[in-house]
Design a protein around this ligand. Structure first.
Ligand SMILES: Cc1ncc(COP(=O)(O)O)c(C=O)c1O
Length: 384
């Protein structure tokens, strides 16, 4: 089987990930921060270790500024619902995932003013447009670090400077880039960085989080969920300190054990090496597909500033038909359709049918790419 759906969720995971999860369930099992016996303390150590690794990955000084929870969607909702009030103005782009777009459209109905900046057909956002749309009521800029449709990387450092200059909160959706692209929250002036654990970080599903930068006033961002944290148990009020203010309920310690192992594996390989391998394989895939008659590829063919995603269509065939044939006839797994990002497809001109998306991962080989190109060649040839 050839798995080219790593942008949905990475697979397979490094063996170390399932081993760490197994070891937690078999040998540890305690509830972190809840009890004081040695198993609970060991569980707490595992959670803190995951925070430390994430802090190192994103160049965060204090691991307690890393909030952990179920996925990126949860934390995007926390930030957007927590910080935007009726009358506030927020700027975003037309390449966003519905994890950003749906909460924003909901908030718009509640009186938040929303500007969705139209990106180019290749998915690029003009920084001048961002600056031009800032008004006195603007409080936040929220942008995707990389589109899950085209793989194009946004220059977040440039956008971060604009946000900092105008004293706006800069919220970055790094669901597609955490683990595959270097991110430094200080250098890139990011206030809130949301990541998910099950894609480029090679953790299991059900893990994710958010980095809270020093400029964010947490008293202005109420938690989405309140409850037990294991801390200040004598009090009926929610703790006001990080990360407990936003981490009520028993955490997914088994998932975090796996996430920590995934990040350690990435550190061993080196993010730059992963970037290099992705760029090479993506260029090879792009080049091969581009030579096939009837194939149209989307996004900018610049392999130095994109993740390992190639979205394409075969003229005359629906993406769903192509996906079915890749699965049934060639044993190739990919994702077809709108990828939870209808606005992005409207931008690149593929709404409502969407595209076929190949997304590569740590274990994608040259042979996988050759097989994928051969399969698309044969499918395209069969179009009457
Ligand atoms: C760009 C982007 N943002 C947000 C998400 C949501 O991530 P999760 O499903 O882990 O919450 C995804 C997942 O596909 C994504 O690609």
């Amino acid at each position: 089987m050839i798995y080219l759906d790593n942008a949905a969720t990475s697979w397979p995971k490094p063996l170390q990930v399932s081993r760490a999860m197994d070891a937690f369930l078999t040998d540890v099992g305690g509830s972190p921060g809840r009890s004081s016996h040695r198993l609970a303390i060991e569980a707490g150590r595992i959670v803190y270790h995951a925070r430390e690794l994430l802090a190192e990955l994103f160049a965060v000084n204090d691991p307690l500024r890393i909030l952990l929870g179920p996925n990126a969607t949860y934390f995007l909702n926390l930030a957007l619902h927590g910080l935007l009030r009726p009358g506030d103005h927020v700027i975003t782009s037309s390449m966003e995932h519905n994890a950003v777009m749906r909460p924003l459209r909901y908030l718009e109905r509640c009186g938040v003013d929303l500007t969705v900046l139209r990106c180019s057909k290749q998915g690029e956002l003009n920084p001048l447009e961002v600056t031009r749309s800032i008004r006195p009521q603007t409080t936040m800029i929220v942008l995707n670090h990389s589109s899950n449709v085209t793989g194009g990387i946004l220059s977040i450092a440039q956008m971060g400077q604009i946000a900092r200059k105008h004293n706006l909160i800069f919220l970055v959706d790094a669901a597609q880039t955490a683990g595959v692209w270097p991110i430094d929250i200080e250098k890139e002036s990011i206030d809130l960085l949301v990541f998910t654990g099950h894609k480029g970080l090679y953790g299991p599903p059900g893990t994710g989080g958010m980095v809270v930068g020093e400029h964010v006033k947490c008293d202005a961002m109420p938690p989405l969920i309140l409850g037990g944290t294991g801390s200040r148990s004598s009090e009926e009020e929610q703790p006001d300190f990080l990360p407990d203010r936003y981490e009520s309920g028993t955490p997914n310690t088994v998932g975090l054990a796996g996430l920590a192992a995934g990040i350690e594996y990435l550190f061993d390989k080196g993010i730059e090496n992963i970037q290099h391998q992705n760029a090479q394989l993506t260029a090879k895939l792009h080049g091969g597909l581009a030579e096939i008659p009837r194939v149209v590829i989307y996004g900018k063919p610049d392999f130095t500033s994109r993740t390992a995603i190639v979205s394409f269509n075969i003229n005359g065939l629906a993406p769903s038909e192509v996906g079915l044939r890749l699965d049934e006839d060639y044993n190739i797994m990919c994702r077809v359709g709108l990828h939870c990002a209808p606005a992005a497809h409207k931008t690149i001109g593929t709404f409502p049918i969407g595209t076929v998306r190949f997304s590569l991962g740590l274990y994608t080989t040259d042979h996988d790419i050759e097989q994928a190109i051969m399969a698309v060649t044969e499918i395209a040839r069969s179009v009457k």
